[in-house]
Design a protein around this ligand. Structure first.
Ligand SMILES: Nc1nc2c(ncn2[C@@H]2O[C@H](COP(=O)(O)OP(=O)(O)O[C@H]3O[C@H](CO)[C@@H](O)[C@H](O)[C@@H]3O)[C@@H](O)[C@H]2O)c(=O)[nH]1
Ligand SMILES: [Mg+2]
Length: 191
């Protein structure tokens, strides 16, 4: 792969670039291709779980891009998540868990990394799980008001969260992945 040209076609919240590159196909032929990429850096997400009480701590917030694409009200239930900005993934996810859920995260476990939309978005998302108890919820949560965030904390039974994937009440990719990871890895001793 050899990059020939990079054009920044939009420099807003995301940076949109149109890149022309030469690519060697499997049959050995070189071809010139053009691809657009959305770049806003990388992100991190975390599933907070209380195995003793059988619950998970999730967020609920308005997601305009989902709203404009057929979600009934745009209010998505998600695991806490955020962009790394200038932090490493672990620092960033501790910050986001605190800002969004009011939780001071103790020991956490990195479980996987994933490109969530590799045909168009550059972002690599770092996935974590961590235990919590009600006593760890020391802050107000809700997100950073100055950044326009308005995030509700919701605590639900893990079994209910799994059911909500099946009936479409949870439709966010990262959240589905973490809840299914928890089921596959017996975080709650239920599948
Ligand atoms: N001004 C402005 N603000 C935006 C825009 N898009 C998002 N924001 C705001 O920027 C803040 C970013 O908050 P974070 O917590 O850092 O990120 P996030 O929105 O939770 O995003 C994470 O999860 C998303 C859903 O999975 C991912 O899409 C995203 O890449 C990231 O991982 C939020 O307040 C959000 O509303 C925009 O186009 N313009
Ligand atoms: Mg967020």
């Amino acid at each position: 792969m050899v990059v020939r040209d990079v054009e920044v076609t939009s420099d807003g919240w995301h940076v949109l670039r149109r890149t022309t590159f030469d690519y060697r196909r499997r049959d050995g032929r070189w071809v010139t291709e053009e691809r657009e990429t959305y770049d806003r850096g990388n992100g991190a997400t975390i599933l907070l779980y209380d195995a003793g009480r059988g619950t998970v701590l999730l967020t609920r917030q308005f997601r305009f891009p989902a709203y404009v694409n057929d979600h009934p009200d745009g209010m998505l239930i998600e695991t806490a998540a955020g962009l790394l900005d200038d932090d490493d993934p672990e620092t960033a996810i501790r910050r986001e868990a605190n800002e969004e859920l009011g939780v001071e995260v103790g020991a956490l476990r990195h479980v996987l990394d994933a490109y969530m939309s590799p045909g168009s978005v550059t972002e690599r998302l770092h996935f974590y799980v961590a235990p919590y108890t009600p006593a760890d919820q020391t802050g107000p949560g809700g997100g950073v008001a100055a950044e326009g965030e308005d995030i509700e904390t919701i605590e639900i039974a893990f079994a209910d969260a799994l059911a909500m994937i099946n009936d479409g009440r949870i439709v966010d990719g990262k959240s589905i992945m973490l809840l299914q990871w928890a089921a596959l890895n017996s975080l709650f001793h239920i599948r």
